[in-house]
Design a protein around this ligand. Structure first.
Ligand SMILES: [Zn+2]
Length: 150
């Protein structure tokens, strides 16, 4: 009888642990969810480690594993969680740096466009080309009327 109950609990735990993993996998097959980023992935993995830690605690208290195994596994999980935490902080720092660079580039582009509108904005159709061009990308009118020094 006791064996049957143990198997039942083990099966329940397996389903409990596998479900979020399977769900994440299924979601990845179709259209990608918007929040699939490095940081969200790291957070998800950290949550899995925490869940494993809780399970481990539970199993140790239930007398299923030896203290030695429990302590070494617990240390492994904690090290893994700490590593993931550090990686998350690193990734978040990277995100904000990227955003800062993006803003900087956008600001410089806007500034350049303001200084040399002839290279970007078509005088005929008014189309704003993304780069300084010789001919309008929309209607083909020659642009860039600045005189070259030489
Ligand atoms: Zn044009």
């Amino acid at each position: 009888m006791a064996l049957g109950i143990t198997l039942l609990i083990a099966a329940g735990l397996a389903v409990f642990i596998m479900t979020p993993l399977l769900t994440a996998q299924a979601a990845g097959e179709g259209t990608l969810p918007v929040d699939v980023t490095l940081t969200s992935d790291l957070k998800r993995r950290r949550m899995v480690v925490y869940e494993n830690l809780q399970d481990l605690e539970f199993e140790f208290k239930a007398g299923k594993i030896a203290r030695e195994d429990y302590e070494s596994l617990r240390n492994n999980y904690r090290a893994e969680a700490a590593g993931l935490m550090a990686a998350t902080l690193e990734a978040e720092k990277g995100d904000s740096t990227d955003a800062m660079i993006e803003r900087e580039i956008a600001a410089r582009r806007a500034q350049r466009r303001a200084q040399t509108p002839d290279d970007y904005v078509c005088s005929k159709c008014g189309y704003e080309n993304p780069l300084p061009v010789k001919f309008c990308g929309e209607c083909g009118t020659p642009l860039g009327k600045r005189k070259k020094k030489g």
